[in-house]
Ligand binder design. Structure first.
Ligand code: ATP
Length: 228
């Protein structure tokens, strides 16, 4: 069953159109990759799902409800957990406080987050603004998980991080997938993203030009749509 379904979504910034009839879906338990070069509409798609950009036409259903036009906080409460580009945590709260402040529901707890990211346990009482970039990213993912999201959205979660930290984050994504967590992920590291994705969508100038299994995204298509 589709957890998230976008049909014919058209989103504008003022007079300029950013999305041209984007159709995309994520099923229960799937990891779906949203790809495309810079400025092709990935963040606008995510913002449309979250209610931060209002589609002018098209439909967006999440968990069986129409969400296009709903207020962002109401959409989030239906079970969307966003890890935004550029990781946002409360700088003057500790790791523990950041996680507990985000809690909603009972499945994810501080202990479960620390099991996923042991590094956060070692930094339990450290203020978020003193963490390394990678640790802040782990904390941002932990905060999103603490809301017990039915869909986790990762927007460039590994961008700009040290290789060893990126490995920790990809390992966490694989573990979450194995546990059945539905995830929509935007990332430029194809070598990590393609093996973990069940399906891929590629955007070019606001149009979904490819959708299918990662194996169907041949090197030739990768070069055409994602090459620099
Ligand atoms: P990146 O990988 O660089 O984040 P992206 O694929 O997420 O790129 P978007 O940020 O969705 O792309 O941008 C899609 C288009 O919409 C671009 O042409 C961009 O310039 C435009 N755009 C994005 N945000 C705004 C805004 N706030 N106002 C006007 N135009 C915008």
């Amino acid at each position: 069953m589709s957890l998230l379904e976008l049909k014919g979504v058209e989103t504008f910034y003022g007079a300029s159109q950013a999305l041209f009839g984007v159709t995309l879906d994520v099923s229960e338990g799937e990891v779906v990759a949203l790809m495309g070069r810079n400025g092709m509409g990935k963040t606008t798609t995510i913002n449309s799902i979250l209610g931060l950009a209002k589609p002018r036409s098209g439909t967006i259903s999440f968990g069986g409800r129409q969400v296009a036009g709903m207020r962002p906080h109401r959409i989030a409460r239906l079970g969307l957990g966003l890890v935004p580009e550029g990781r946002r945590c409360f700088p003057n709260l500790t790791v523990f406080e950041n996680l507990v402040a985000a809690a909603r529901g009972s499945e994810w707890t501080y202990d479960k987050v620390v099991e996923l990211f042991p590094r956060l346990g070692e930094r339990r009482d450290q203020y978020a603004n003193t963490l390394s970039g990678g640790e802040q990213q782990m904390l941002a993912i932990g905060r999103a998980l603490m809301t017990n999201p039915s869909l986790l959205i990762l927007d460039e979660a590994t961008e700009g991080l040290a290789p060893v930290i990126r490995q920790h984050i990809w390992a966490a994504i694989r573990k979450l997938k194995a546990e059945g967590q539905s995830i929509l992920v935007v990332d430029k590291t194809l070598s990590e993203l393609l093996p973990v994705a069940d399906r891929c969508f590629v955007l070019e100038k606001g149009v979904a030009v490819f959708s299918g299994a990662p194996e169907a995204l041949t090197p030739e298509l990768q070069d055409r749509y994602l090459g620099v």
